[in-house]
Ligand binder design. Structure first.
Ligand code: GLU
Length: 422
């Protein structure tokens, strides 16, 4: 599964690279990750036993700036998965024109089986293990699946201990009190909402109350479901890892959010019917929004998808094979590296604020995020329309233009090809 994931990612890269103006140097640079670190993290459990967890930090490419990307805690984490996610981050930061490369980290663990203090020891142990390869000018971690502000707070303070000083810019997504930024928690869903607004007419026409299905009810999925609900959409189905909930007339999203907060899951919902199938992917809708893990829509289930457009809020939720099936059904896919880029964009603001010792207001964050997301979404849509490309391919072509410019500027072709002199 995870090997296929990396294969999928490189297949899309190959498809886009055939259409982009790209040097051989760039192709060669992007073929392999710059570094893959595997560590073992010994953690003393509450019962006194010592358990060792596998952890990773991958720097895929840092030509355009320090590597940037989250750390996930999940049982499916492997070197291949983290490498693929770091590869996607490389394209995401280039697409949004952030001064970063791509990185990612993870620990193979089911965080639900650990107590809070065990999680704290694991988070601190992870940072101690990777401290030599991260830093504000080298590689800057952030939250990802099952890691949040609390985890970032533990990690940032652990790094400070090792560095013997305050280094807030080493890591983003921190609690506000430790140098975090307003709006980072909602940044991924806010960014996705901007992308949807820009593309709405193009992909949904003039539907007044489009129907959305949101698969994954974590940080990004639940907040986006809420934004759409508040904007007059009908959110007809949502799911988490335990339950799938449906109401063709539209769910009461705020009530479901509260239920999830109170009980930890969507099971036995106060609004809507629980689906026995456990899946919402086949529920008819206008926009399907996978917001959980990679590979959710694959060759085995893409045929049942019944919508006009898919917005990829998760990283890699549609496999390359599924892409083809959806395309044949006339379903447009708006790619992850655009749709979920709001998170890393606000991480950039946090990093800037930390480095300059400044604080940004929520209004500043919102304005700059809207500007970045809107500009790049319009560019990708125009490129797709102008050249007859799918949105995913256009996004990759655009990111590759920026990566190529950077790689070529570091290479001999740049030096010997120019006139030179002042
Ligand atoms: N984990 C998020 C992503 O996949 C955010 C990364 C970051 O803020 O560096 O884009």
């Amino acid at each position: 599964m995870t090997d296929d994931l990396l294969e999928d990612a490189t297949a899309r890269f190959a498809e886009a690279s055939a259409l982009a103006t790209m040097s051989d140097d760039t192709r060669e640079r992007l073929t392999r990750p710059a570094s893959v670190l595997k560590v073992s993290i010994p953690v003393r459990l509450d019962n006194g036993e010592l358990q060792t967890f596998a952890g990773y930090r991958v720097r895929y490419d840092d030509t355009r700036g320090p590597a940037k990307g989250g750390i996930r805690f999940h049982p499916s984490v492997t070197a291949e998965e983290v490498t693929t996610l770091a590869f996607w981050m490389t394209f995401k930061t280039a697409l949004l024109d952030l001064p970063f490369g791509g990185g990612k980290g993870g620990v193979t663990v089911d965080p639900k089986t650990l107590s809070n203090s065990e999680l704290e020891r694991l988070s601190r142990g992870y940072i101690a293990a990777v401290a030599d390869v991260i830093g504000p000018d080298v590689d800057i971690p952030a939250p990802d699946v099952a890691t949040n502000q609390l985890v970032m707070g533990w990690m940032a303070t652990e790094y400070d201990k090792i560095a013997r000083g305050h280094v807030p810019a080493v890591l983003t997504g921190k609690p506000l009190a430790l140098g975090g930024i307003q709006g980072r928690d909602s940044a991924t869903s806010d960014g996705a909402f901007h992308v949807i607004q820009v593309l709405r007419d193009r992909v949904l026409g003039d539907l007044e109350h489009p129907r959305a299905v949101v698969q994954g009810f974590g940080n990004a999925g639940s907040q986006l479901a809420r934004s759409l609900h508040d904007d007059g959409w009908k959110v007809v189905a949502v799911s988490d890892s335990r339950a799938a909930i449906h109401d063709p007339d539209g769910l009461d999203v705020p009530v479901l959010q509260q239920h999830k907060e109170d009980t930890g899951s969507l099971s036995s919902p106060p609004s809507g019917e629980e689906l026995n199938s456990g899946t919402v992917l086949d529920v008819p809708c206008d926009a399907l929004i996978p917001s959980a893990l990679e590979g959710a829509i694959h060759a085995g289930n893409a045929a049942v998808v019944d919508c006009r457009v898919v917005f990829e809020v998760a990283n890699g939720p549609v496999t390359a094979d599924a892409d083809k099936i959806l395309d044949a059904k006339g379903i447009e896919v708006v790619p992850d590296i655009l749709v979920n880029a709001g998170g890393v964009t606000v991480s950039w603001f946090e990093w800037i604020a930390n480095r300059s010792g400044d604080r940004w207001s929520g209004a500043m964050v919102a304005e700059r995020l809207a500007e970045r997301m809107t500009t790049e979404t319009r560019y990708v849509a125009d490129l797709a329309d102008g050249r007859g490309l799918k949105l995913r391919t256009a996004a990759y072509v655009h990111a590759l233009e920026r990566l190529t410019a950077a790689v070529d500027a570091t290479g001999t072709s740049a030096m010997f090809g120019s006139e030179g002199g002042i």
